[in-house]
Design a protein around this ligand. Sequence first.
Ligand code: SF4
Length: 711
Amino acid sequence: DSATADRTVDSVCPYCGVGCQLTYHVKDEPANAKAGAGEHRGRILFVEGRDGPSNQGRLCVKGRFGFDYPSHPARLSRPLIRREGVPKGLDPDFDPANPLTHFREASWEEALDLAASGLTQLKTQHGPDALAGFGSAKCSNEEAWLFQKLVRTGFGSNHVDHCTRLCHASSVAALMECLGSGAVTASFMQALEADVVILTGCNPAVNHPVAATYFKQAARNGTKLIIIDPRGQALDAYAWRSLRFSPGGDVSLFNAMLNVIISEGLYDQAYIDAHTEGFEALAASVVDMTPEVMSPVCGVEPEVIREVARAYAEADRAMIFWGMGISQHVHGTDNARCLISLALACGHTGRPGTGLHPLRGQNNVQGASDAGLIPMVLPDYQPVGDAQLRAAFEELWNTELDPEPGLTVVEIMDAITAGTIKGMYILGENPAMSDPDLTHARAALGSLEHLVVQDLFVTETAQFADVILPAAAWSEKTGTVTNTNRQVQMGRAALPPPGEAKPDWWIIQEIARRFGLGWNYAGPEQVFAEMKQGMHSLDHISWSRLEREGSVTYPCPADDAPGQDVVFSDAFPRAGGRARFSPTRPLPPDEPVDEAYPIVLLTGRLLEHWHTGAMTRRSRVLDEREPEAAAYLAPAELARLGVEAGDAIDVVTRRGSITLTARVDQTMAEGMVFVPFAFVEAAANILTNPALDPDGKIPEFKYAACRLSPA
Ligand code: SF4
């Protein structure tokens, strides 16, 4: 009976940062044509939600149905090497399910030797700064640790980054600056304890669907839900107030709220005196930013600004959640600074039902960042430039480390174009789809002298590779991941990888050995043990505890204590224990709309499609539900264009043009268009602006000037 599972395996969802726990129901039989001869691959029949701390049995459509991508016919099962004379880049005739037109199969020995020798030769010829690596927020903590260690101790620089740069780097920059810690101050479950919850620049029903169920539940229990976003969303139906501000007007709106709170004396003086510094400077900076002055900039009526500012300040317990609508701007760090100032001014941190929570995107973006996949900090956010902190890692790894911060994602692309970076190792990231201004990014990838890509499929980025190394999918390996709530969770292998594919930790170790590093980890458990020596955030969290309990929140005060869901009750991890206010001034978007390009382009994700679509577009149910690249527009905008839903339209920016199907979206305001970035046939990032936030180095994905026309 094919519907009867032989066994179950408990793990964690591979998609978003909510980190839902789930159970795979597995049939042990050879069911995959890609399986090696005689290999019992088996298959996952279905997935059930488990009673994890962040999901209590719930799953969204991705977690429930998006588990079949590892069995897709295009799945890589042997290492590939580019054939002589085949040019690098996206060839419209290339079929990822039949890669042998452009690549030839190779043994692991040959592929690893070629992958590593290409990189070591460039290092020998040009020095350590000629190499860089992108790690992955979809790999385990142990794999993130090994990857950054390889770049730092093998490549010899800090040129290592990952997709946090494209999602919450600005939030982390502001949190580090103001609070001394980049992680959330309280879990999203704390929303159930709050009197007021602000959701801004996020669309949880689409991007963090199980977290959205907690927000709905809170609203049903009487919590005042305030939604602040240029675009409408499903949770508006539960909102006490829903504010649609003009794109790019967020800093103006938040400063106007601070002006109200300070001018009306609604701040918490006792909290400010006991826990913060710099309040006077903040108060002085917002004195002229009244609701009346800011209203024309942010598009929200002065009385509405006053009403929500009062509601937030006067609540006993209030929380702020935000997403990439806040972070992906040239003023993304300023946006987060404003939200932090709101919380500090009102004393809304450190107690149940209070806090600041950037909703993290990928399932392990928190853990990959903690483990050091960041160019300016070592694991646990210890600055590479601090000699004392660096010395501890030099002792642990028995080598000298580069004291210079490395380059970030977009800076690495610029350095390739400038000819300084010549070789890259890219693990599970897809910059040929995810970077801004793809024409530039793809040209950069194509000009690399040596590119090694490690992934499940011949992704768009892998089509630029010299060597492709086939990796195990999440459901085929064991390791830990850390979700948006700081919950470290155990993922377990349900199936063996197909053919000769290997877990990422094994492949990274083989590359490291070819750099002469002599690593000999038997598996992820040993790597985790080493991580605990360098990361105090993992104190009292052991591998055996995670195997037993499934999830432990950091920081954790004792081996038998639950971790701290809410932090900073007494002090902040800054000198003197005080948080800092950081004043801001409104800045215009980098590329304001004008006569030639009068529409604001927003990009993002869909409920069904995850990021660049590498997994979800190869998942049958998810792709059938949402198979088409579309542009989402207000009905009036369609009418203005003279097209109907279903017609093709061109979306054009100063960087390029794509053609999509027009779709009516009642949540969109006039003057805006939303385009998801999962579809290679109409890649949204051909259009996006690579201008960076100066602190977080994050591109402005949430605002580009475009024009629309019937195709
Ligand atoms: Fe997976 Fe996120 Fe959906 Fe949970 S909410 S099932 S973690 S995609």
